[in-house]
Design a protein around this ligand. Sequence first.
Ligand SMILES: [Mn+2]
Length: 302
Amino acid sequence: MKFGLIGVPSSAGAHGPGQEKAPFALRQAGLLGALREAGLEVEDLGDLPVVRFAPDRVERRRQSQSQVVKVARQVAEAVARAVERELIPIVLGGDCTITLGVVAGLLRHQPDLGLIYFDGDADLTTPETTHSGIFDSMGVAHLIGQGDPDLAHVGPRFPLLPQDRIVLFGFHPYEIEPDESRVLEASAMTKYPVTSMDDRPVELAAQARARLEERARAVAVHFDVDVMDSAEIPLADWPHYDALSFGDAMRCLSVFVGSPKLAALVVTEINPDNDPDGLLVRQFIDAFAGALRPVAANAARR
Ligand SMILES: [Mn+2]
């Protein structure tokens, strides 16, 4: 069991620039060494081309659509190549739309795929319902076949995922727009809003993982750092308050990546501009490598 690290320095689908700097900041602060020290065998597959956010004055409700689609296609290629070599991709974003590319790439080899969407948002807006036109808040909508046809068709099938193969974990209801809320209520996705967790998020993470493992042969994990409380670790591009604590989020992450069916891990929404002295990124790397330590133990047992 070996991992392939892929950097996606893109803020094409973001609310503003900054996230394109994350792979460099994580590498610079020693991510690779920390993962290896945690016992993981990791091959560095390098970074895709840098794509920096630019406002789109023409397509106001589909901001930078062609760039977002292009990046997702490149991610799908890189992920598929890694899987061909039997590496489990660890993908460093970049904004959340890169997960569409990760899923598209994984599906080429494993159609029986489930996704844990560990995120402070449900990302269910579409160009029809959006106020911003920013694709970063539309990822899940496109996974289930809604929204922009080009983006929803980046993979080998449409829709990319059946709704019952998606678990939304950690989204905050106060971040959900009324139109999203209607989609969410009617949907067959498994939902764990952060407001339902009380003092047992880790127990619920295990339950969520088990429910998905029952349905799918492989499990991809999307981890948006905005699922963590910005009052505690303000790394996310778009701050979220009243969210999971840093510690609880890392314990949940550890449960998710501990799945014997782990197919890929995506980390999104780190904006190094929020961390000028680099201290938060280093703190993040320590905790992140710690969360992945059990994966190394699993690998040794395989
Ligand atoms: Mn988010």
